[in-house]
Each structure stands twice: as structure tokens, then as C-alpha cells.
Design a protein around this ligand. Structure first.
Ligand code: ADP
Ligand code: MG
Length: 144
């Protein structure tokens, strides 16, 4: 089936959080259930800001904040959405190996910060790399 919109692939420069959110909304428009988006970049680069913009565009209302004391949060938008932060997965996976299954499912769209620790994840359709570019500027690269 043809996708309604093409994802904004390539490198973009944003000058404010709102611009990063707007770019994320364009990517969100191209996502379908089961799709997984990986986010990389150092602390404060804007990964969670990007996810917030994508979640809003997917119809999530209410606060979208970084998962703490858990590896992820689940939201109900027009599609079910998962937001994972696997920074501390190493410890948690020992406690419950089935942890990711609650968040990655065929009916959900998932955004994963710090995905490296999880190894290869199924369903990845985009890789978003964010980097500081001076002040509030960020370089955001979206790759398939
Ligand atoms: P991460 O999840 O990568 O640690 P966050 O999204 O939590 O990053 O934090 C990014 C911080 O940088 C936020 O406080 C945000 O308001 C700020 N910021 C400033 N300029 C930008 C921009 N152009 N894009 C994204 N965030 C920005
Ligand atoms: Mg974050």
C-alpha cells in the first residue's frame, strides 16, 4: 500500500524546540502501526523533544515526558504509541526479559531512545540522529 506522505529524509537544521517538533510531526505522518523509530544523540540533543512532536501529531494528548523508573510509556493516540528510553535497560532486562514485548507490538508505533543496548529491533523504519549545533540549533538527520 502506498504511504500517504513521504518521510522527511536527510539532514535538517532546527533553531528551536518547536521546529524539531514540527519536523517530527512530518515524520509521524508517514508512520504506520508496527513502525519503530530509533533516536540517537547525546543528552539534551532533543530526542525526547522530537518524540513529543511525533506523539502530538499522532493524536496523543496530555504530558509526554521522558520515561523514568521504567523503560517506557504507552499512549493512546489515533494509534497506540510507545516511547522507550533504554538507557538503563541493562539492569532492568535481568529482572524481566520480556520487558520490550509490552512496548513493541504490531499495532503500535514505537519511538526508542538509546536503542543500542537492545540490539537489532524488528520494524525499524527510521533512524533519527540529533546533534547540538550551537545554542538552540540542532542538526537532525533522518535516515531509513
Ligand atoms: P534528550 O531526550 O536528547 O536528552 P530533550 O529533548 O529531553 O533531549 O532535551 C532537549 C532540550 O533542549 C530541551 O530542553 C529543549 O527545549 C532544548 N532545545 C533547545 N533548542 C532545541 C531544538 N532546536 N530542538 C530540540 N530541543 C531543543
Ligand atoms: Mg530523552
Amino acid at each position: 500500500m502506498q504511504r500517504l506522505s513521504a518521510p522527511p529524509l536527510g539532514t535538517h537544521r532546527t533553531a528551536a524546540p518547536e521546529e524539531t517538533e514540527a519536523l517530527a510531526a512530518r515524520l509521524a505522518a508517514a508512520l504506520e502501526p508496527g513502525d519503530v523509530v530509533l533516536l540517537s544523540g547525546e543528552l539534551g540533543a532533543g530526542k525526547t523533544t522530537f518524540v513529543r512532536g511525533a506523539c502530538r501529531a499522532l493524536g496523543v494528548t496530555g504530558a509526554i515526558v521522558s520515561p523514568t523508573f521504567t523503560i517506557g510509556r504507552r499512549y493512546e493516540g489515533r494509534v497506540p504509541v510507545s516511547h522507550l528510553d533504554l538507557y538503563r535497560l541493562g539492569d532492568l532486562a535481568e529482572e524481566d526479559p520480556g520487558l520490550l514485548a509490552d512496548y513493541l507490538a504490531p499495532e503500535r508505533v514505537a519511538f526508542v531512545e538509546w536503542p543500542e543496548v537492545a540490539g537489532d529491533l524488528p520494524g525499524v523504519v527510521a533512524r533519527v540522529a540529533l546533534a547540538h549545533a550551537g545554542g538552540d540549533a540542532r542538526e537532525v538527520t533522518i535516515a531509513p
